[in-house]
Structure formats: structure tokens, C-alpha cells
Ligand binder design. Structure first.
Ligand code: NAD
Length: 401
């Protein structure tokens, strides 16, 4: 069986690597630089080894392309393109639309089309299917299914194989064929009764994280004003063997999922006349953490950062990955600069970002830790400035939340 995977980013390349063990995979991406790199056997995604890619290429089971004509003879397509927000924070399905166009214009026989991109309930039925049919020159009865991706890049214990996979087709045949496909490389498949349930479950999982992170971020502020340690309090609460799940405070949330997916849920809720005030407020609390962090740093430094050199340590959105999408570091840096600080950042995992390069981890007046990668030691961080504010709870001896 030949499989095309549209989008060769975190999700698409990861699934390509797993599917390539069993099927001939064509990775379609419209970024020619990425395609060229992949065809040379160089992975740009944590968790997908270049050696895996090289083995698949050598065995003739993987190639990347920017050409739609190269997916004309495939049997199954997986859509794994970005689903961001527009500038006014509404769901942006432009990439999905473009993927539907590639599929509609190039595939001339009935195939199974599975969407793995995260979107609101109804996207498969009301958006993807009609769009592909619109772009197809002749009417074709494709099969459609959804299987939301749950991969957590950089995570060692859970991967494609051992993370249970939700799925549902628009028809029983689509459901059965989707099961057949994933059962080759996933241990546990969870069939739900409709694509809308699978789409909603994915959004709810990330909304659950978002609101709990907002709650603990608010609690961190309360604990500080009460003069007690948020970390000790959370550890104490965590001794309860049931009814409690520990989340830890931070400078905000980043990555593609947590800051974005709940807004997809809120948008579709509001479209249906149901307010999503809790979800909206959780997003605000998380966004406001960056200002709170900078206010605390200012308060500890004689009420002014004017002219002081501030080093932001760790700009990736989470430890041990190079992903800077929606990183809280961006807002923290903005607030620091507004207060007159001379800001640089250190993150050798990221390397370069926003046309700036990682600065040395030393010589600053103030360091503010946003993300602590394993490759950076606590000792180095503490030595980088006379005052260190840590938002991660991983640098004992520093000031912190
Ligand atoms: N990254 C994660 O941890 C994660 C986890 C679960 C779900 N998701 C969801 O999976 C989807 C993909 O996310 P990602 O993190 O892989 O994104 P990504 O930005 O890492 O990769 C997307 C890739 O798609 C390519 N692309 C964009 N438009 C295209 C088009 N029309 N045709 C072909 N290629 C195109 C881009 O060049 C890029 O290489 C999103 O909906 C996201 O919410 C992501």
C-alpha cells in the first residue's frame, strides 16, 4: 500500500517514520527546503532519527516531495498540516484548505483520507470532505476519517506506538480501513461513534491542560502574596491519592497545542451560542503570567530594569526541544524591553530565533529562566548573573514563583 502524508512537520514526519516500516510513504510538503533535507536523510524533528529516515529511503519506503503529481497513485492520505489562529485569534483552516486542494486536484481514484490535524468538531464532515470534492475535477467517492494526533514531541515514554489512538470514519468502511492502517503500528486503537467525538476529545484534552495550568498559575500568585511556597503546597496537595492532579506554574504556555486548541473549542462553542468564558479566561491568565513574572523581577530589582542587562534563559516552549512556537519567552522579552532592560537570550537547543542568536550563559545583571533544558546545569544558570529569577522550579537557590 502507498501512503501519502501531507505535511512533514512534527506530526507528519513522525507518522511517516512509523508508517514507513510497513508501507511505501510519500511525504508531501510545500516547503522545498524541508523536502530537500528529508530526501538527503536529515530529520528536522526531535524523536525522528536521521538514521531511521536513511534506512527507509534506502529500502525505497520513504521519499519527500513538493509535487502534487507524485501522490496521484496512492491508496491512503494522511493530512498533518498546521491549524493555527488568525491574527484576530480565530481558527485558521487555510493550510487544511490547501491540503484539500492538493488531494482534490491530484488524486483520481477513491482512497482513504485521514485527518490528523487538530481542529473543531465538524471539520472533517463539513469542511474537509466538501473542499476535496470541490477541488476534484470528477466526482470521486473517497472514504474519510479522523484520528487526532496526540504526539508529545521530545517525550521518551509515550510515542505513536503506545499512545492509545482515537479514530472514527464518516462511514463504517472508512472506520474499518482506518483501524486496519493504524493497527500496524499502534498498540491500542479507540474507536468512537463519530468523527465529531474524536475531534472534540482532542480539543478537550488540551483544554483540560490549559485551564489547569491557568489555575496553578493563578495559585502561584496567591501563594506568593500569602508568603508560602507554591511548590511545597503543590507537593503537599499531591500526597492525596485521588481527586488531585499536579500541574506546575510557569511563565505561560507555548507550543502549538495548549495556547491554540482551546481557542478552537471556544470559537466553535460561541458559534453555537454557548459561552466559553472559563476557557477564554484561562487563556488570559496564562498570557498574563509573562507580565506577572516581569513585575516580580522589577520589584526585586529596586523597581527598575532601565539599562540593566537581562538574559532570558531557555526560549523553547518546553525543555529539550527546539520548538519556539507561541513560547512564553516572547512575551517575557517584550515586557522586559518595555521596562527598559537590555535583553538577550540563551538557548543552545534553539540556536537562532527572530534573527538573533543564542548569547553566552554569563555576564548578565539579571537572568530569567523560562525553560530549563537538561543540557544546561543549575550551577551554570546560577553563575550567569547575580540575580536569577526561575519560573520553572528547577533551579534551587534562585528566586522564583
Ligand atoms: N506538534 C505537536 O506536538 C502536535 C501534537 C498533536 C497534534 N498536532 C496537530 O498536528 C497538526 C500539524 O502540526 P505540526 O506540529 O506537525 O506542524 P508543523 O508546523 O511542525 O508541520 C507542518 C508541516 O506542514 C507543511 N505544510 C503547510 N501547509 C502545507 C500544505 N498545504 N501542503 C503540504 N505541506 C504543508 C509545513 O511546511 C510543515 O512542514 C496541527 O493541526 C497540530 O495542531 C501537533
Amino acid at each position: 500500500m502507498k501512503v501519502a502524508i501531507i505535511g512533514q512537520g512534527y506530526v507528519g514526519l513522525t507518522i511517516s517514520a512509523f508508517a514507513g516500516e510497513y508501507f511505501e510513504v510519500v511525504g508531501f510538503d510545500n516547503n522545498s527546503k524541508i523536502v530537500e533535507q528529508l530526501n538527503q536523510g536529515n530529520s528536522h524533528i526531535e524523536g525522528v532519527e536521521s538514521s531511521t529516515l536513511q534506512n527507509l529511503i534506502a529500502a525505497g519506503r520513504y521519499r519527500a516531495t513538493t509535487r502534487g503529481s507524485e501522490i496521484a497513485d496512492i491508496d491512503l492520505v494522511v493530512i498533518a498540516v498546521p491549524t493555527p489562529l488568525t491574527s484576530d485569534r480565530k481558527p485558521d483552516l487555510a493550510f487544511i484548505e490547501a491540503a484539500c486542494r492538493t488531494i482534490g486536484e491530484n488524486i483520481k481514484k477513491p482512497v482513504l483520507i485521514i485527518n490528523e490535524s487538530t481542529s473543531f468538531p465538524g471539520t472533517l464532515r463539513n469542511y474537509i470532505k466538501p473542499a476535496i470534492e470541490r477541488y476534484s475535477k470528477t466526482p470521486i467517492e473517497h472514504l474519510y476519517a479522523i484520528s487526532p494526533e496526540r504526539v508529545d514531541p521530545g517525550r521518551g515514554d509515550f510515542n505513536q506506538k503506545n499512545t492509545p489512538r482515537l479514530f472514527a470514519g464518516l462511514t463504517p468502511e472508512a472506520t474499518a480501513k482506518t483501524r486496519e492502517f493504524y493497527s500496524k503500528f499502534c498498540d491500542e486503537l479507540v474507536e468512537v461513534s463519530s468523527p465529531e467525538v474524536a475531534e472534540a476529545a482532542k480539543l478537550f484534552e488540551n483544554t483540560f491542560r490549559q485551564v489547569n495550568i491557568a489555575l496553578v498559575n493563578e495559585f502561584a500568585q496567591i501563594a506568593h502574596s500569602l508568603g508560602i511556597s507554591v511548590y511545597e503546597t503543590l507537593d503537599a496537595a499531591d500526597t492525596k491519592p485521588y481527586g488531585f492532579m499536579k500541574f506546575t506554574p510557569s511563565a505561560g504556555v507555548g507550543g502549538h497545542c495548549i495556547p491554540v486548541d482551546p481557542t478552537y473549542l471556544a470559537a466553535v462553542a460561541e458559534e453555537h451560542g454557548t459561552p466559553a468564558t472559563f476557557i477564554r479566561r484561562a487563556n488570559e491568565v496564562n498570557l498574563e503570567m509573562s507580565k506577572y513574572v516581569v513585575d516580580r523581577v522589577v520589584a526585586d530589582n529596586d523597581g527598575s530594569l532601565a539599562g540593566k542587562s537581562v538574559l532570558v534563559v531557555g526560549v523553547a516552549y518546553k525543555p529539550n526541544v527546539a520548538d519556539v512556537r507561541e513560547t512564553a519567552a516572547e512575551l517575557v522579552i517584550e515586557h522586559l524591553r518595555q521596562r527598559g532592560a537590555v535583553v538577550s537570550w540563551h538557548d543552545d537547543v534553539v540556536g537562532s530565533w527572530n534573527d538573533e542568536s543564542s548569547a553566552p550563559l554569563s555576564g548578565a545583571d539579571i537572568s530569567v529562566v523560562i525553560t530549563k533544558h537538561d543540557v544546561v546545569s543549575e550551577r551554570e544558570i546560577l553563575a550567569s548573573a547575580p540575580y536569577v529569577f526561575d519560573t520553572t522550579g528547577k533551579v534551587p537557590g534562585a528566586k522564583g514563583l
